[in-house]
Design a binder for this molecule. Sequence first.
Ligand code: PMT
Length: 397
Amino acid sequence: MRRLNNKNIIIGITGSISAYKAPDIIRRMQEEGADVKVVLTEGGREFITELTLQTISKNQVHSNIWDKEAELSMGHISLAKWADIILIAPASANTISNLADGKANDLLSTIILASQAHKYIAPSMNVKMFESSQVQRNLLKLESLGFHLISPDNGSQACGDVGAGRLAETSEIIDQISNTTIKSKFNDRNVLVTLGSTREYIDPVRYLSNRSSGKMGGAIVDELLLLGANVTVVAGHKDIDINSKAIEIKTNTADEMYEEVIKNIKGKDIFISTAAVVDFKVREFSQEKIKKKSNSMTIEFIKNTDILNEVSTQYKDILSIGFAAETNEHEKHALEKLENKGCDAIILNDVSDSEIGFESDENAVTIYGKKFKEKIEKNSKKIVGREILKIIEKNLL
Ligand code: PMT
């Protein structure tokens, strides 16, 4: 099994003598299935050439924050979004200090600030520098900010000193970044995710729907893929592109979404229902556009099939997770849904708050299981998606 299959990895190479080891790290990541792009700092350029890195990585090397052509398309932001994993190897004391201070004074630090990828830092420097209280304090700070530290090796150093500070072995670096994937209980699981809104047509030009953009579902899909899951998406209407590594099935109405879920649910281990399925459809669809004949009109609606409830009750061996979009008495309604829909957990979000829930880039949720309740504070949907999966993994897998 290739442990980094389909992963997009940025390697940040900074000013340290062990930059000469970077081509080997790049090659090993590629052998494990990753697409690797290099971001080289000014210091890094003193130790290794762009040409070497471009030849090995088979991608353009990025080094200049002021590159006018790249920045025409917001180069630093697209790189930040592209990456699933950012590895800084070797990480110099200067880069570590910059990152701990949240500086954005070169391309690498800017990308790191803008990216929500999993971040790994592999320091390499003289033993005395590494042991200095400043570097240790900065590393602790980075760990508290979510960076994974790949500790340096002990041994004799290029400068003649002996001790901790040598860049970790390539195999150790690969093992640690692969752990994101292979240690996850989502690795190799088959997951079906619904997302977006359905449309319930009244006549050929009018429909009932809601404001779901698919962003929350899309964030969960991205994170599942990063953790090594095989993901099928049954999508309604949405404002986002689905990660191309997932299988995408497009649907329009709640009936179509239900049909596609049932067609594709066999063999799945997990069902995550983020879609905002419209609860009702018209009893009688008008084949012709309805004319304005009077000042009021009555349309009769009937209930759509509850897809989450069907999956939870018909496929008991599949772990099923729902969302609850609530505007009032949030906890009460969420707990009722957990019970009535028969799912294993329900994720409550407040859709009356315009800063979270529908359409926004952020969310804040509480997850209710039969035996647990966990809150995720307001954050980007990407981070909330990551935290949701951690909670599911801890409590339900
Ligand atoms: O897409 P975004 O703009 O990012 O917004 C995210 C979101 C607010 C849509 C999402 O976080 C969310 O809350 N999704 C569920 C929306 C919803 O329909 O909630 P509900 O409380 O009405 O339904 C409860 C659960 O039953 C949901 O998991 C829903 O997918 C499911 N359901 C509902 C009705 C139905 N007929 N079939 C279903 O499967």
